[in-house]
Design a protein around this ligand. Structure first.
Ligand code: HEM
Length: 206
């Protein structure tokens, strides 16, 4: 394992445990409403972060297959939201990545979430009868390609860390985990049916 991955895994272990504990995903995916509200929060997070990642990385070939905002929108449409309602969902005010190191720290969290997501997708299939073509595209993520995509990501991360600042990558990953936990685990917010949703400040980086 590369040094950077070892460090990320060790230094974000507590943050991963905290999100796994607080997310309460098993309870939230027992009903279509709970699941839809969870996806709405993920949509806000990805809507805030993905454009910033694209602007910093300038590498569509690498990033585009890892973007999941459109998958979230497809699932939300399947679950009854129209495009206007989706666009109006609340987004967090994040400390956005300012350089490649911060972008790779944030992307580590998003890409890593596709691993546990495989377990969650199976449960959503059993519980709600949804599948990647209908309502569960986000969690299905890379599907059968999950292992290959993660391997390619790890390789790229090691290259980035070799020419960048590992310290900054790890700090950004920790911040992203924390921001995501605060955003996803905040008190349930009703899905707005119009108007712009509130922008909520959930993290601040120096
Ligand atoms: C949105 C919340 C979550 C985020 C952001 C997240 C993030 C991550 C990250 C970054 C990794 C990579 C760890 C590494 O460096 O190898 C990972 C791995 C993993 N996560 Fe999560 N995770 C989340 C929720 C969950 C949940 C709820 C579960 C439980 C089902 C879970 C189960 C796993 C598993 C099984 C792995 C793979 C461990 C391995 O193969 O070594 N995660 N996750």
């Amino acid at each position: 394992m590369s040094d950077i991955l070892e460090r990320l895994r060790t230094e974000t272990r507590d943050a991963h445990e905290a999100i796994e504990r607080d997310l309460a995903w098993e309870t939230r995916v027992t009903t279509p409403d709970g699941y839809r509200a969870l996806l709405a929060r993920f949509w806000g997070f990805h809507a805030a972060l993905e454009p910033a990642l694209a602007a910093v990385l300038h590498d569509d070939a690498f990033l585009d297959p890892r973007r999941r905002l459109a998958h979230l929108a497809a699932d939300l449409r399947f679950l009854g939201l129209d495009d206007a309602a989706i666009a109006a969902l609340p987004r967090p005010h994040l400390a956005l990545p300012r350089d490649r190191d911060e972008a790779f720290g944030a992307l580590y969290v998003l890409e890593g979430s596709t691993l546990g997501g495989q377990v969650i997708a199976k449960q959503i299939g059993r519980q709600l009868g949804l599948n990647p073509e209908g309502g569960c595209r986000y969690y299905a993520a890379h599907g059968r390609e999950t292992g290959a995509m993660w391997k390619a990501f790890r390789q790229r991360l090691a290259e980035e860390a070799a020419r960048g600042r590992p310290e900054t990558i790890v700090a950004a990953a920790t911040d992203t985990f924390d921001a995501m936990r605060h955003w996803l685990c905040a008190a349930p917010v009703p899905i707005p049916d119009g108007e712009g949703g509130p922008v909520v400040k959930v993290s601040q980086r120096g």
